[in-house]
Design a protein around this ligand. Structure first.
Ligand SMILES: [Zn+2]
Ligand SMILES: [Zn+2]
Length: 212
């Protein structure tokens, strides 16, 4: 497991481990939009370390609509193209998790979050409940399993702790239903366990398990 640490260093175009900033996309891959039509905010992106089982070497990006902030709920067997349909009572498909091996730097930076560099470091014995990638999930309500629409059992990739705030730009509005007026949170501040499809049936084949 690697702990993901947020620094106070501004991210620049081409940085691959960031909060906000310039998303690194695959060739031809558009910047994701919510079904409400808004461009999603880039919460973070990282290069998954090579030794992370199933996903090492991929570039991971996590987006959420700047306006739509809900919890994610879905069936254990996920339906076709589950990432672009509202599920579990949500009114919009407001999040997107992408994985790929491309290197196309978007022309513009994210307008919502402060562009900050992230650093990944090896976890120590005291590093439970951290913002992290790889290793085993720290389930707070017991394990939750999902099967991708393609039939593959989804595997754990990364974790975001409860009420983890991603600092917003000064000019950005306050996030709806936030726990922190100076920051944006994913999925109402729920603990997020990112599961992803090891078959890579689609760059967006990933699911955010929420628990609290
Ligand atoms: Zn939206
Ligand atoms: Zn799949």
């Amino acid at each position: 497991m690697r702990v993901i640490e947020m620094t106070s260093q501004p991210a620049v175009a081409g940085d691959r481990n960031t909060v906000g900033g310039w998303p690194v996309l695959d060739a031809g891959q558009p910047w994701p939009e919510c079904t409400c039509g808004r461009r999603m905010a880039l919460f973070f992106q990282i290069d998954v370390p090579d030794d992370v089982a199933a996903f090492g070497g991929e570039h991971l990006l996590v987006f959420q609509c700047p306006v739509h902030n809900e919890a994610a709920f879905g069936p254990s067997q996920l339906p076709e193209r589950y990432w672009e349909m509202p599920l579990g009572g949500n009114t919009t498909a407001f999040w997107r998790i992408l994985r790929h091996r491309g290197d196309v730097v978007a022309a513009a930076a994210d307008e919502t979050l402060q562009p900050l560099r992230l650093v990944l470091r090896e976890a120590g014995p005291d590093d439970d409940w951290e913002f992290s990638v790889g290793g085993e999930p720290d389930w707070i309500q017991g394990p939750e399993e999902h099967t991708c629409a393609c039939g593959a059992a989804m595997e754990f990739l990364a974790q975001v702790p409860e009420n983890f705030g991603f600092p917003k730009r000064a000019e950005a509005p306050r996030q709806p239903d936030t726990f922190d007026s100076g920051a944006y949170g994913l999925f109402l501040g729920n603990m997020v366990y990112l599961l992803a499809c090891p078959r890579r049936c689609d760059p967006a084949a990933a699911w955010p398990v929420n628990q609290n």
